[in-house]
Design a protein around this ligand. Sequence first.
Ligand code: OGA
Ligand code: ZN
Ligand code: ZN
Length: 386
Amino acid sequence: MNTPAVADFRNYPLISALTAVQPLADRLHVQWADGRLSPFHHQWLRDNCPCPECVYSVTREQVLEIVDVAEDLVPNTSLVDAQGCLCVEWQNGHQSRFDPGWLRAHAYDEASRAERFEAKPKSQLWTANLQLPVFEYHAIMEDPKALLQWLLALRDIGLTQVRGVPTEPGSLAGIAKRISFIRESNFGVLFNVQSKADADSNAYTAFNLPLHSDLPTRELQPGLQFLHCLVNDAVGGESVFVDGFAIADALRHEDPEAFRSVCEIPVEFRNKDRHSDYRCLAPIIALDTLGQVREIRMANFLRGPFDAPAEQMPALYRAYRRFIAMTREARFRVSARLSPGDMWCFDNRRTLHARNAFDPATGARHFQGCYIDRDELLSRIRVLQR
Ligand code: OGA
Ligand code: ZN
Ligand code: ZN
């Protein structure tokens, strides 16, 4: 038999060889050459059988449902074969054969799980002294390695600048599509950021826009935001960024009570015009199941009146003021002015962005923007890394 199929499109390097397998009542204990011991429960092994009966070889998706297998199914035999694979023959005659690289990558002994947790990409928090990651348009468009470097910076740092983008309107779409599908919204596939008389957002004025995320009015805020500078002749209009995760982290340490309030008390964000009415009720800071900051949702100009129990109102205002005051602190802020052909791309669910007021009487200013969801970014990274 040659290498067994895996329910995946990746390759799993052989980290350590399988040396022995020991049957227990409800599991196998697998011994690795580097000394690690991994338990694999019978159900888990049967559930993950990669044979062509259990996994459709074209899609590499499972067709077996574990509920169709006896809960107390046990192996007749289990052994490491000549190719180093784990072979299990079940009581009912079904045979499962596991690639040792795949098995190690999915082992759930304590050490393997801790290793996987450690290997997970971590956000690199930044403050005012950030060395801004800058990338070149042509490299991103032509070289998959440069594309990957850019995408990793977006994932881990959450703020990047790209230079040398053509200044023809619409060029933004080409670079966005290097990642994947653009996420359309009521503002269009590409939106034009220009001061206009019939503005349907404060963004389309010459006002100062305080630090915010875009579309906090949607259940899922866009993951990536692009802002491409076509014309920037007006005085003012500098861009400002803060790392929302760094601010959340500082707030957690410096004012734990305010941190708890912005994590727990939901706030409504609204965007409405004659044809649409979007609303989302959610806390400003969202935590994941481990208590880590997962997302920041903030745009003062889109916020509805607070609606919280009366006894929570003072705490909510105190926390909200504290959060905004922190976004104004110089220690967190990175500021720069774009020239035509420059583009910002950042993690809209982490990095808050702002624009200083500009004076339209001094010249034109035209940016184009678009969004891509975070899933598309992560998927493109994984495919490039295969
Ligand atoms: C926006 C925005 C920034 C700018 O349109 O949401 O933040 O520099 N614009 O105009
Ligand atoms: Zn099978
Ligand atoms: Zn914005």
